[in-house]
Design a protein around this ligand. Sequence first.
Ligand code: GLC
Length: 557
Amino acid sequence: MSTPHPADQATCDPNWWRQATVYQIYPRSFADHDGDGIGDLPGITARLPYLADLGVDAVWLSPFYPSALADGGYDVDDYRDVDPRLGTLADFDNLVHEAHGLGMKVVVDIVPNHTSDRHVWFQEALRAPRGSRERDRYIFRDGRGEKGDEPPSDWESNFGGRAWTRLPDGQWYLHLFTPEQPDVNWDNPEVRADFLTTLRFWSDRGVDGFRVDVAHGLAKDLAEPLRDLGAGQGRPLGKLPLDGSHPLYDREEVHEIFREWRQVFDEYDPPRTAVAEAWVANARRTLYARPDELGQAFNFEFLECPWSALEFRTVIDTSLVTARAAGASATWVLSNHDVVRHASRYALPIGMSRADLDSWLLGDGREPAPDRAAGLRRARAATLLMLALPGSSYLYQGEELGLPEVADLARDTLQDPVWERTGHRRKGRDGCRVPLPWTVEGPAFGFSTGTPWLPQPETFGGYSPQAQDGTEGSTLELYRAALRLRRKMMGDESLEWVGADDAAVGGVLHFRRSSGWHSVTNFSESPVPVPPGEVLLASGPLTGDDLPPDTTVWLQN
Ligand code: GLC
């Protein structure tokens, strides 16, 4: 391990995370240093000055651990190492050191619901007999039916198909995602202890926080007989019972696990931070964010909110109230590696569901035809609105370039397991994971000297930082200016709505922060007058004294 950089300890504000902007890096698609077409840690390190210049407070790295990539790295072979294709532990230490030197924190992804099937534990479990200590680290069961050849329950995988796979010896194991991602048994003390070791391993290396994958899935009701869930188990968000009674997700017992993790986080100075990925309704989500647990949880209701002032207002109000009640800080996110990029979502008819978006991807993004200009306009307006809210904003690589979803990826290039697991009924998430363009021209638009692991469309160079750097009105310059101002204006975590309570009905959202910072967004189809105040920044050109549709303006007053 390298000697800590003086800056590693320099910013010891234990509350740095409460109102941070965190930039998500999907390592395989960010920047490739060694030319094998896969982004890597040295590639990230080389681009850290770009992120410091952008003005983010922290970077969050999606998994970079050894993995067969059955699910883009969320199938982890070894939690305490780096995938050799992405670098070494020394490269990781260097990345942390450089990030800290530039004043940025580093958050890593931890995947506790499942290991990969290549993990030493699963390999041991395969070789061990039923009922063994090795099998108890996972969820093995005998099947139903006379010969045990029916799965132990009707549970479905999140990626399609059944959630059980049978071994040659007749037993079945549970996987809520791909068969290469066996779920671990969180009732097993050895499993619990080992994850604490992993948290300490990365914390000791200077990591500032953790993003907790599928946080709502760890505790399960596995009492016999297993409870069938019936047809249409669907996707969890918004469909789970609010009383923790689902056998697989959001159970009360999960909180005990995170209380134990919090004790480890608090062994460090400043305490390590954490954010839960929990696809559960608002009221349940903040339970994960309580101060004696993870501190924050991603707000997916904000991400799923259609382009409507009323809907945004409702989600913002509920999120702030529930976060405050839990003693947590609110979080906001518009894009990540699992969803259609927001510049494209907002280009489509308002209120399209996830299923509609899946169909749109299947048709290669042709029908309904996206209105790209409107999409980008709204994406920029939504981003400014988000960045003015109290709490933390999570940005996804490439959104600062206004990148659209690559909806027409050729089918033979797809890598997301969703594509095969659903029998080609869902195309999956590759369209938001296409390697970033860095230059206008040149091999892989500056991403790699080799062939990128997913093909980039020809238009990508026009979105590159090289194309946008110093260009007035570019999305990159908008993000830079916004992040600079945000740091200056942030203040406390309060927010006050301005104007009549029913202003949202007219399509305008106007709020004020304690520093005198106003954010006004026009969701309507007609211009509205810009309220009084000094204009700090606008997401698009103002027309005289008017705020055009799909535009946000920041004012000081
Ligand atoms: C989370 C990740 C997603 C992954 C899944 C299984 O939802 O964000 O990318 O496929 O967990 O680990």
